[in-house]
Ligand binder design. Structure first.
Ligand code: NDP
Length: 802
């Protein structure tokens, strides 16, 4: 064949990698693997074993143990026993282990790559050049964080025993993303790999043995998600659950552990947009799509599975894309010259095929290139759908296969609207030669990772994770470390609310007399709700009596209901200016609020006395502390900003903290004014609009605050206040689909309800789980932790020095 002919047809000979070393490895284990518990290979109590097959040829690879509840219990006990020594070992010593693991994986990288390809069906080109190098990088990077923990995270400590559950699409990479930060921060781990792909995790356990990792620090329970996974999630001694997988299972897990106080991070599905503007470099964008949707056969959570092309170039672009699809080589994943390998399993293959057939039946136009696709394994041809309506199932549901769904747009605004027309928010890829346009669109798309003129970029130093139903929590970057640590001050929180003392009974007389007078004066003054910058009557037309600490009537507040919460959420969404202001501008307004509160401090102190019957001095202290706290967040407003990470070559990655969006805030009862200020002000300082449920017992500090907000230039709709039964209203917030996050400071039962109900919309929650802060203490009552919970980090990848 002529060279020119080869270039034209792209036909070249096979270049297969030998499977022999991996086969020898499997044979040396009689193709049977036990559980790895407390540093020992342990037979499963059920004596049952499951099978792992090669999806490229359906051959049996090995059998692995099927763990049940008893095995999980053993593994968690081992992890719990190992925890004190491992966390006390210190960052430097732990760094040595992580470094040794990285070195060993590097030394055995080809075996890992071959084994992964045999087990998963993904091309060896990918496991060798992408998966395993990223794994190695993760362990090196986190060896560094282990060393730096004592200085860079000095106010944080380990969480405890971590239960980790991972999927099959990047088996070893998902393990590394979870295990490396967990071990680095002094936690111990029990891991449940996916049943289709357990083999590289078991080889990893051997590496842990080899480097002498202390027994029980890392344990593996292979088996079924519904058995071993469920047992792990629900085990009482697991302090945190880290899960990657489908949104459905993520919701099940969140409901299961609701109210338990376990920490949780969820990396779930996606339907990420790949946006091509008319001035994009078309050939680069086409290659980008190949990476976005045909990498790992499209079984990638952040796959660019929704192609949005500007209408003016769509026809030409589709023609080029179809041409390129025809050149993709689908076949034996062990062949180094293959673009696409096999789908992981028959079940997944059928799921893809079912959705594709549904797309056809919904009237979308399908294109599949006539590529030769082997018949002996689960191979699916690269597929493109055009003429897709936004409501089509295939435009909304994650297919998790090599299927691209294309739509067109005319204006930039339409591109953003289409991009955000999804319940997910994991990633987005933007293609244009105009840097101004790219950087205009990047903040507007709801996605945790935004790739400009690139796609599927990952690095240990940049966080990865989603918005909305793509889950919450980040993996990688410094933000990922907070998932495996907790503030040391949590150990000092009280198990009972810290309530300022009521005045002594000898002083009560004068206090009561004063009160009787004010009841008469206030007889007609039922405070209203505050929605969209206006005082509003409650929808239900009811009011609630407010009593003082001695149970005496002191006034009434409006009793808000579900409709009022809905109105408040609408008002919060309608306000568009606050999030876009500079930190400096928001700081000015916060200082103004503090100033106006200071002018009226006596009045606010008296109101606290009236509600709580504490001494005037302690009420004055609360007002003073509230003013100081507003200063704290005014100070932070223009300082809590992002970072520029040096990630992969020719890229800079901007880690930008963005407001969560519209937040629901349920204030503590302990300090009526300070509790309100300490929770509302950090949230708005970061650009969120909020719907607030103030203290049910002592609501007047919040309702008096309307006037401060009105006179301080706070935009109407930025702070909305709905009084009433706190826990009933809080549940409405947790259920509401248009609230992006909820903070709740109340009872343990209240926390359980919120976490359970928030699972449906997958909103972020921050809950006190029956632990109470001393709001008067600056260490417990304020700080960066509040700002972290008020923001999401968006990582924007930009070509740099290219
Ligand atoms: P699943 O959610 O079904 O499984 C993920 C893991 O959870 C597996 O180990 C599984 O075990 C286990 N599991 C299943 N049910 C339960 C349960 N009730 N309790 C505890 N554990 C359980 O997802 P898939 O494995 O099918 O993976 C595909 C999905 O994962 C896709 O939707 C994809 O979007 C998502 N994903 C998201 C990523 C992200 O970073 N956001 C990365 C990769 C995938 P078993 O193997 O026995 O079923």
């Amino acid at each position: 064949m002529e060279i020119k002919e080869i270039f034209d047809t792209m036909v070249y000979g096979p270049a297969p990698e030998s499977a022999a070393p991996a086969v020898d490895y499997l044979e040396s284990h009689n193709r049977t693997f036990d559980l790895f518990i407390n540093g020992e290979w342990t037979k499963p109590s059920s004596k049952k074993y499951m099978e792992s097959h090669n999806p490229a040829n359906k051959e049996l690879l090995a059998k692995f143990a099927e763990a049940d509840e008893k095995d999980v219990d053993k593994a968690v006990k081992a992890a719990k026993d190992a925890l004190p020594k491992w966390s006390a070992l210190g960052g430097f010593e732990r760094a040595k282990y992580l470094y040794a693991i990285a070195r060993q994986i590097q030394k055995h990288s080809r075996l890992f790559a071959v084994l992964e390809t045999l087990d998963n069906g993904k091309p060896i080109r990918e496991t060798r050049d992408i998966d395993i190098p990223i794994v190695v990088r993760h362990f090196y990077h986190h060896a560094g964080w282990a060393k730096l923990m004592e200085t860079e995270l000095r106010d944080y400590k380990e969480v405890g025993v971590i239960g980790q559950i991972i999927p099959w699409n990047f088996p070893l990479m998902m393990l590394a993303w979870k295990v490396a930060p967990a071990l680095a921060m002094g936690n111990t781990v029990v891991l449940k790999p996916a049943e289709y792909t357990s083999l590289t995790a078991l080889l990893f356990a051997e590496i842990c043995e080899k480097v002498g990792l202390p027994k029980g620090v890392f344990n593996i329970v292979t088996g079924k998600g519904t058995v071993a996974g469920t047992a792990l999630v629900n085990h009482k001694d697991v302090n945190k659950v880290a899960f990657t997988g489908s949104t459905n299972v993520g919701k099940i897990i969140r409901r299961e552990i609701a109210g338990s106080g376990k920490k949780i991070s969820l990396e779930l599905g996606g339907k990420s947009p790949f946006i091509v503007f008319e001035d994009a470099d078309m050939d680069s964008a086409i290659e980008g799509i190949v990476d976005a949707i045909w990498f790992n056969q499209g079984q990638v959570c952040c796959a660019g599975s929704r192609l949005l092309v500007q209408e003016s170039i769509a026809e030409k672009f589709y023609a080029k894309l179809k041409d390129r699809m025809g050149k993709l080589r689908v076949g034996n994943p062990m062949d180094k010259a293959i673009d696409m390998g096999a789908i992981v399993d028959e079940t997944q293959f059928k799921t893809i095929d079912k959705l594709v057939k549904l797309g056809i039946s919904e009237g979308c136009e399908i294109y599949q290139a006539k590529n030769a696709v082997p018949k002996n394994g689960f191979y699916y041809p690269p597929t493109l759908f055009t003429d897709v309506s936004t409501s089509a199932t295939i435009a909304q549901e994650e297919i998790f296969g090599p299927v691209l769904v294309a739509m067109t747009f005319r204006s930039h605004n339409e591109a953003v609207a289409l991009a955000n027309n999804s319940r997910y928010g994991l990633a987005a890829s933007i293609w244009t030669e105009n840097i101004n346009l790219a950087l205009d669109i990047a903040p507007k798309v709801k996605a945790g990772a935004v790739w400009i003129n690139c796609t599927n970029q990952f690095d240990a130093s940049a966080g990865f994770g989603g918005y909305r139903e793509s889950g919450f929590g980040r993996e990688g970057g410094k933000e990922g470390l907070y998932e495996y640590t907790k503030p040391k001050i949590e150990d000092e929180f009280s198990s009972k609310p810290i309530i300022p003392k009521a005045i002594k009974s000898s002083l009560r007389q004068a206090q009561t007399e004063k009160k009787s007078r004010s009841i008469l004066e206030d007889i007609d003054r039922t405070s209203k709700l505050y929605i969209g910058g206006k005082q509003a009557r409650p929808d239900g037309g009811y009011s609630l009596n407010v009593l003082n600490a001695f149970g005496e009537y002191i006034g009434e507040v409006s009793e808000g209901n579900r409709k009022d919460i809905r109105n408040a959420v609408e008002a919060a969404h309608a306000e568009k200016s606050w999030a876009g202001m500079t930190g400096h501008a928001r700081a000015q307004i916060l200082y103004y609020i503090a100033e106006n509160l200071a002018i009226r401090s006596e009045e606010f102190a008296e109101r606290i006395v009236e509600m709580t019957n504490q001494s005037l001095e302690s009420a004055q202290e609360e007002v003073e502390k509230s003013i100081e706290r507003i200063y704290t967040y005014a100070a932070f407003a223009d300082k809590y900003d992002g970072q520029a990470h040096s990630t992969v070559q020719r890229m800079v990655t901007l880690a930008m903290p963005e407001a969560v969006g519209v937040m629901g805030i349920v204030c503590p009862d302990e300090n009526p004014l300070l509790g309100f200020i300490s929770t509302v002000i950090p949230a708005i300082a970061m650009g969120n609009n909020v719907v607030v449920i103030p203290s049910e017992k002592h609501p007047f500090s919040a309702t008096d605050f309307y006037q401060i907000l009105e006179t301080s230039d706070v935009p109407a709709g930025t702070v909305n206040i709905v009084t009433g039964h706190k826990d009933e209203l809080a549940k409405e917030m947790a259920k509401h689909y248009n609230i992006d996050g909820v903070w709740y400071f109340g009872t343990k039962e209240g926390c359980k309800d919120i976490e359970f109900l928030a699972a449906d919309s997958m909103k972020r929650t921050w809950l006190n789980f029956g632990k109470y802060r001393n709001w008067l203490d600056n260490v417990q009552g304020e700080g960066e932790e509040f700002l972290r919970h008020a923001t999401e980090i968006k990582n924007i990848w930009i070509p740099y020095g290219a």
